[in-house]
Design a protein around this ligand. Structure first.
Ligand code: KIV
Ligand code: ZN
Length: 511
């Protein structure tokens, strides 16, 4: 059995299915470049048939990435597979990942197909995919609740048709480790030519067992794990990449395999994904949480000072903590600025974009002495918004808050190119700012979440605000960053409104 564990990252596809986590094409490209830098084997770049925007995103990633395989998801129908095939065509290494549900409940109630029809459709799907690439992955959706005899039958059929990777998803996070491992072991024993394919798992976290189930499957012989940065994903999320990678690396004695991941890129990837999606990382999250390597109790601190391994099984620097370099300051020049952007995977297309970005960098450097990579990522997020995506823009603002007085906000917005002034009072300056914006936008949205995070340390750090808005079942996250958190809040609110305004409709692959 191979001692290489393939890391298949699906942050850009399943991760994007988290409510409110939708990303623009440029955001996806930045994350894809970071995944490539981290040496992920396969990047699932999206679901090409979902919308034209998704198609373009997969295609741009396929054009840009050379060191990782670029994959598109496709339901087992001809249109989805042809869209996926066209989207991955420019890739140096391209994969089509096709799937169909195999559990009795999904076949009967969702697909309304008989088991025979499902097998027939799966085989057809592999044949269509084979017109575009040899690298074909087949997933039996809801395998975790499927009958083992039927799984053996469909896997045998798709392997004969040309599938090279067989993925066993626990779509609804129903399995427990021993049972899931037994399923994988039994499939590998029973399916003919099992040794000619890579066995893969894709676990959801509904019972908090996604990582445990994936690792149990690795011990049972799976050699690909599908996972996401920060465990992002549909509902409670997917198995988290950082936990899988560090578990097999730290306990090679148990897992008898390893990944090719450059683990020092893990924390930068986590911060990038959190910044782009607006999903903060909980402080006690393994590997990438702010407290993952900090020791509070005196006994632990004493032990670590005497001998680090008394309380630490991994080194913080090995997963990328402390790697945030002081990059630039107010005296840095344009070339240094441009080359640092390139180093962190931000590609500037034109001199005009560079000039605009450099002006904003100088403004930030005036407010904040030390500029870190995270500041650049936050600053550049705004920069990739096209004028069409920016219906609302904050032009100017003034906030007043004083003990014993009602806070007030006075803002000037550009709305569809027209400048509008509005003021409002609120229970605090953020509330006043949102009310002032709403007096113009009249969006009819509900505010589901408001959160502020300091991007770096220090009281001069930029605050990164996330705002989640809902309207008629659609949920969007908006982000804004500024050294003034009221301004950051107003920007985040407008960013969310812009996403609602840019009313892109897309399919969800599981529907
Ligand atoms: O959870 C799931 O079953 C999926 C498949 C499409 C692999 O995301
Ligand atoms: Zn999934």
């Amino acid at each position: 059995m191979s001692d290489q564990l393939i890391i298949f990252d699906t942050t850009l596809r399943d991760g994007e299915q988290s409510p409110g986590a939708s990303m623009t094409r440029d955001e996806k490209l930045r994350i894809a470049r970071q995944l490539e830098r981290m040496r992920v084997n396969v990047i699932e770049a999206g679901f090409a048939a979902a919308s034209n925007g998704d198609f373009e995103a997969v295609r741009s990633i396929a054009e840009a990435i050379t060191e990782s395989t670029v994959c598109s998801l496709a339901r087992a129908n001809e249109n989805d597979i042809r869209r996926a095939g066209e989207a991955i065509a420019p890739a140096a290494m391209g994969r089509i990942h096709t799937f169909i549900a195999t559990s009795p409940i999904h076949m009967e109630k969702k697909l309304r197909m008989s088991p025979d029809q499902v097998v027939e459709q799966a085989v057809k799907a592999i044949r269509w995919a084979a017109e575009y690439t040899d690298d074909i992955e087949f997933s039996a959706e809801d395998a975790g609740r499927s009958e083992i005899d039927f799984l053996c039958r469909i896997f045998d059929a798709v392997i004969k048709a040309g599938a090279r990777t067989i993925n066993v998803p626990d779509t609804v996070g129903y399995n427990v480790p021993d049972q899931f491992a037994a399923t994988i072991r039994s499939l590998i024993e029973r399916v003919p030519d099992a040794d000619k394919v890579v066995w893969s798992v894709h676990c959801h976290n509904d019972l908090g067992l996604a990582v445990a189930n994936s690792l149990a499957a690795v011990q049972a012989g799976a050699r690909q794990v599908e996972c996401t940065i920060n465990g992002l994903g549909e509902r409670a999320g997917n198995a988290s990449l950082e936990e899988i990678v560090m578990a097999v690396r730290t306990r090679r004695d148990v897992f008898k395999c390893d990944t090719r991941i450059d683990t020092t890129q893990i924390v930068p990837a986590s911060k990038l994904v959190s910044g782009v999606t607006g999903f903060p990382v909980q402080p006690n999250k393994a590997i990438v949480g702010a407290n993952a390597f900090s020791h509070e109790s005196g006994i632990h601190q004493d032990g670590v000072l005497k001998h680090r391994e008394t309380y630490e099984i991994m080194r913080a620097e090995d997963v990328g903590w402390g790697a945030n370099k002081l990059v630039l300051g107010k005296h840095s020049g344009r070339n240094a600025f441009r080359s640092r952007l390139q180093e962190i995977g931000i590609v500037i297309d034109s001199e005009e974009q560079l000039n605009n970005a450099f002006t904003r960098f100088k403004e930030l450097a005036d407010k904040k002495h030390e500029i870190f990579d995270e500041d650049l990522h936050a600053m550049m997020s705004d920069d990739f918004t096209t004028p069409e995506q920016e219906h609302y823009r904050l032009v100017a603002s003034r906030f007043h808050s004083e003990t014993g007085e009602t806070p007030e906000a006075s803002i000037t917005l550009s709305a569809g190119g027209k400048e509008i002034h509005a003021s409002a009072e609120g229970s605090g300056p953020v509330d006043a700012a949102f009310k002032a914006i709403e007096s113009v936008a009249k969006s009819g949205t509900e505010l589901l979440l408001y959160s502020v995070n300091a991007i770096t340390t220090g009281t001069d750090a930029q605050g990164e605000v996330t705002v989640r808005l809902a309207r008629e079942g659609r949920i969007v996250n908006g982000q804004g960053a500024d050294t003034d958190i009221i301004v950051a809040s107003a920007k985040a609110y407008l960013n969310a409104l812009n996403k609602l305004h840019d009313n892109v409709q897309r399919l969800n692959p599981q529907v």
